[in-house]
Design a protein around this ligand. Structure first.
Ligand code: HEC
Length: 276
């Protein structure tokens, strides 16, 4: 009798622990799924469905694109994010927000920083001439407009380089901070590490390596690495001052030194041995 009782108790215990074990497993799986969600907000699609939220008029003192004080009709970008995404499930510290633009330009910034301020998605310039949404932007002698969205901030100085003010924005994308870094990081070469840090800061918004990065400028590693068809010293000079090579060049002069440019080229040479 006694042994039966003990058996019963033991098997109950066993079943119970099995159950709780399973529960734990399920929780774990859920968590790993939540760490790296593929989150993309298609802003144009949301607009067409009237899901951008309430619009308001914001005043931007010293607008960095128009270089004067501007007023826009805009929606609050934080409210929009909060409405569309459950931020409590996002690993905010390790996530980048990427602003995808029409021409393939993809500036990015830490999501944590973005959430600390007052970003607005402007969709119409209050001072635009009749029949147009925007006052013209003049860039490199070309006339452009900011359609469909221009990202502005009411509480950030335009001098603060950490904040991005892209126009022609079509999507917000969340990406894990480590995803890009790990794939492009030189693992066994200290010299190339220096250039990699610079490349990440100055170039990756516009250029991809092994398909990772911006698309406004050409891919720099495959099928041919740029150092395989450019003379090294000219490449270094070009990166410092592209306009001294090409009339109406689209690549900006970034204010980097010749030495920094050499370090970037050393990194690019390293990557020629590490094609995807
Ligand atoms: C704002 C975007 C942008 C940034 C930032 C940028 N580039 Fe470019 N880059 C371009 C574009 C666009 C081109 C295509 C040529 C042109 O300028 O019209 C280009 C061209 C180049 C070329 C010449 C490729 C060829 O064979 O035609 C090289 C090399 C290059 N970039 C390297 C760099 C490096 C290195 C950095 C970082 C230090 C950098 N770029 C930063 C946009 C950019």
């Amino acid at each position: 009798m006694k042994t039966v009782k003990i058996h019963l108790i033991l098997s109950c215990f066993f079943i119970f622990s099995l159950l709780s074990c399973n529960q734990q497993k399920e929780q774990k799986i859920e968590q790993t799924v939540n760490v790296q969600p593929e989150i993309v907000l298609d802003l144009v699609d949301l607009q067409s469905k009237n899901k951008l939220g309430k619009d308001t008029v914001v005043t931007i003192v010293n607008d960095p694109v128009y270089h004067k004080t501007k007023k826009y009709q805009a929606v609050n970008a934080l409210e929009l994010l909060k409405n569309e995404i459950d931020l409590s499930k996002v690993d905010i510290k390790n996530t980048l927000i990427i602003f995808e633009c029409i021409d393939g330009y993809k500036p990015e910034m830490p999501l944590e920083l973005f959430l600390k301020t007052n970003p607005f998605l402007a969709f119409k310039d209050v001072d635009a001439p009749k029949g147009s949404n925007w006052e013209k932007i003049i860039k490199n002698g070309n006339e452009m407009n900011a359609d469909p969205f221009y990202l502005v901030y009411t509480s950030v100085s335009a001098d603060n380089q950490e904040y991005k003010w892209p126009y022609n924005v079509i999507k917000f994308r969340f990406e894990s901070k480590n995803k890009n870094i790990k794939a492009l990081q030189p693992k066994d070469d200290e010299k190339a590490m220096k250039g990699f840090a610079l490349f990440q800061k100055q170039c990756i918004t516009c250029h991809a390596i092994n398909g990772i990065g911006g698309e406004m400028g050409p891919e720099l590693n495959y099928p041919k690495n740029i150092t395989e068809y450019w003379k090294e010293n000219e490449l270094v000079d070009y990166i410092v001052d592209p306009a001294s090579f090409r009339h109406k060049v689209k690549m900006p002069t970034l204010g980097i030194t010749r030495q920094e440019s050499q370090e970037i080229v050393d990194y690019l040479k390293y990557m020629s041995e590490h094609k995807k």
